[in-house]
Design a binder for this molecule. Structure first.
Ligand code: SAM
Length: 243
């Protein structure tokens, strides 16, 4: 999979050389390219922003700079990429969306700064490629770089071959294997630590009993902090949801 990230702070994306994503890049499973938006800025000051029409505080990133960048980046490969634009005004990032994007061959991420990007940039891009706006949550970050890191990591671990054991993603929180619920608490050696023991059931070796225990803990945990996920499970499966 190819992933291009366009930003005015390329150094912010340095963590993409580390850990799982870094290893996947070195193994040739991911082709990640980070571009400095200022390369497409013109003028002495290489400005990428200007004040908004209609007034108001802050600055907006301009259409000519983003337009030139996206024309070149999205025109530099085979086929048409999916353009992902981090913004608090986007639909929330979910495991389901990450899994869909993991099936794409090419993603481009456009990182906004200041008060965001001139709206015509996305309007224009939609004439040539699929475009999705994506939010990390109901809060406002200073820029799209952190969101790009999150999207790249969430998507990458679902790309075949990136995780050593693909079954671990299938049983993660929000995944099909857990019915879209939160994962049960997990334990490893030692059996006793301080005055706390690993639950007996996990040491008994009865897989059916372990599965039932994990399912019950998953339901409890989800009901406590994310009842919306339980509602979604019931909407999908009705009364069978708790079998
Ligand atoms: N004026 C914008 C608004 O109210 O929707 C906020 C702009 S924010 C200060 C600058 C940039 O940070 C955005 O263009 C976007 O790239 C990024 N950003 C901020 N919050 C985000 C969030 N919750 N999810 C994804 N990206 C976010």
């Amino acid at each position: 999979m190819r992933i291009d990230v366009v930003t005015i702070f390329p150094g912010y994306l340095a963590p993409l050389d580390e850990a799982l994503v870094g290893r996947a890049r070195r193994a040739g499973l991911l082709d990640v390219r980070v571009h400095d938006l200022r390369r497409w800025a013109t003028g002495v000051h290489k400005a990428v922003d200007d004040s908004p029409y209609g007034g108001g505080p802050g600055m907006l990133m301009t259409a000519p700079v983003w337009g030139a960048a996206l024309d070149e980046v999205t025109g530099s490969g085979d086929g048409v990429p999916r353009l992902l634009v981090p913004t608090p005004a986007g639909a929330p990032l979910t495991q389901h969306r990450a899994a869909q994007w993991a099936t794409e061959s090419w993603l481009v991420l456009a990182c906004g700064r200041y008060e965001g990007i001139d709206a015509r940039v996305l309007e224009d891009a939609r004439r040539r490629m699929p475009v999705e706006e994506v939010s990390l949550g109901d809060y406002v970050l200073a820029g799209g770089e952190v969101a790009a890191l999150v999207v790249v990591e969430a998507v990458s671990r679902l790309v075949p071959g990136v995780l050593g054991n693909p079954a671990s993603a299938e049983l993660d929180s929000f995944a099909e294997g857990t019915g879209g619920l939160l994962e049960a608490p997990a334990y490893t050696r030692p059996e006793q630590w301080r005055d706390l023991d690993v639950p007996d059931v996990l040491r008994g070796g009865n897989h059916a009993v372990v599965d039932r225990w994990r399912r019950d803990r998953s339901l409890e945990r989800t009901a406590a902090v994310r009842p919306d996920l339980l509602d979604a499970l019931v909407a999908r499966h009705g009364a069978d949801a708790f079998d």
